[in-house]
Design a protein around this ligand. Sequence first.
Ligand code: 5AD
Ligand code: SF4
Length: 477
Amino acid sequence: MSIENKVIDESVQGEAILYPVKDKQAINGKKLYLESYGCQMNFSDSEVVASIMSNQGYETTRNVDEADIILINTCSIRENAELRVRQRLTDFKKKKDKNPDLIVGILGCMAERLKAELLEEEKLVDIVAGPDAYRDLPNLVEEVGTGQKAVNVLLSRDETYADISPVRLDQGGISAFVTIMRGCDNMCSFCVVPFTRGRERSRDPESIVNECKEIFEKGYREVTLLGQNVDSYRWNISSKGEIKDQNIPTTNFAQLMERVALLSPDLRIRFSTSHPKDMTDDVLIVMAKYENICSCIHLPVQSGDSDVLFRMNRGYTREWYLERIAAIQNIVPNCAITTDIISGFCGETEEEHKNTLSLMDLVEFDFAFMYKYSERPKTLAERRFTDDVPEDVKGRRLEEIIEKQREFALMSNKKQIGTVQKVLVEGFSKRSSDYLCGRTSRNSMVIFPKLSFQKGAYVMVRIDSCTSATLLGEATK
Ligand code: 5AD
Ligand code: SF4
């Protein structure tokens, strides 16, 4: 089974990250081990955390055994994600039992959801810090030193960490994430995010554009603008659409993206995540205007049935979604369209499930993340509906969704055979250093012989063959 079509639960895969210490500041002789789970936003937040800790003189390590402090940035989106983190915390607890000076902190969505629970009931951790509390981490570490309970789970209406320059994951890298907004006001009934990440707030466009410029000057060639719902990015515009301060220019997402696109034609721009109810033609028109804005939209549909979408509180119908797909295809021809799908949401009938399959036939998604519904505490769905689709039915429906998606992923790649694609080289192919890998504007991975091309270069590649996960080709010159 190809990676494209697996039941992908990215939130369950953790990654230990080595963040370089910023030069100049004093090193305090202590080592930080930082592990991240979940969405791109969490990985981006971990870069902010690394920056804050490195300003305190912490060096990062990939070896958990030499750490003085372990921080784990967590995800609550599905139950599996939390179970995995609990397992990791149990592993760390064994280390703590052997070394009482070791500090363990939990960050992110699970910290926000469980608050002091982990600290009090199980004594698994010393620090609990929610997504808006990272500036407070140095104080929290100090509090642990004085034997106090170190908890900060206050959610903020305005924290965007705009002034904190993130320590990049991979120095000398090609692709970077830039957070443009935080939180979510949507209240999809299945989703825990509005409870764990708080209210929506946008980051000052100047700080975003400056960060993208700095990244480009450091040699990066791609930025992904991140937000839970990028289409509701707005600066100096109220949620009712009114100008807040006449003396400051207003900026919406389309305008922000245009500013970033104008920094350099050699800087590629991606963004995630769009919301079908908010995605405007303005954004599509800007995408079509700039070659360096990648032709790829992630537009989570969740279900192809209007009644399920209503119960999910998504704010659109099947027809509305299909109209937005038609708009993408009209305005940005050849744009890749990717999605998220949930199987077995509360009350989902066989017919409603079939509507998801038939929507997939109509859209022919290039890629999809596919999940079984997982009930989350305190969400609207948990309070209003019964999680009544049996596990085996959820599983069978998910299989049907995955099976269909597998065909479309392969079809999508086959259509590229014979075309010439502009590929941004990311590095060596995993299998052989005689080959390079990189992505097309549509976000397909391409493998081709290295010749004398370097990481960070744009190479025109003729596509000769494919699997459902990868395109294979040769440079045309
Ligand atoms: N159960 C299953 N999938 C979920 N997602 C969000 N909440 C849940 C849940 N409770 C999925 C949605 C969303 C993606 C990030 O995770 O498809 O778009
Ligand atoms: Fe969750 Fe919906 Fe907000 Fe996405 S838009 S984070 S699914 S509430």
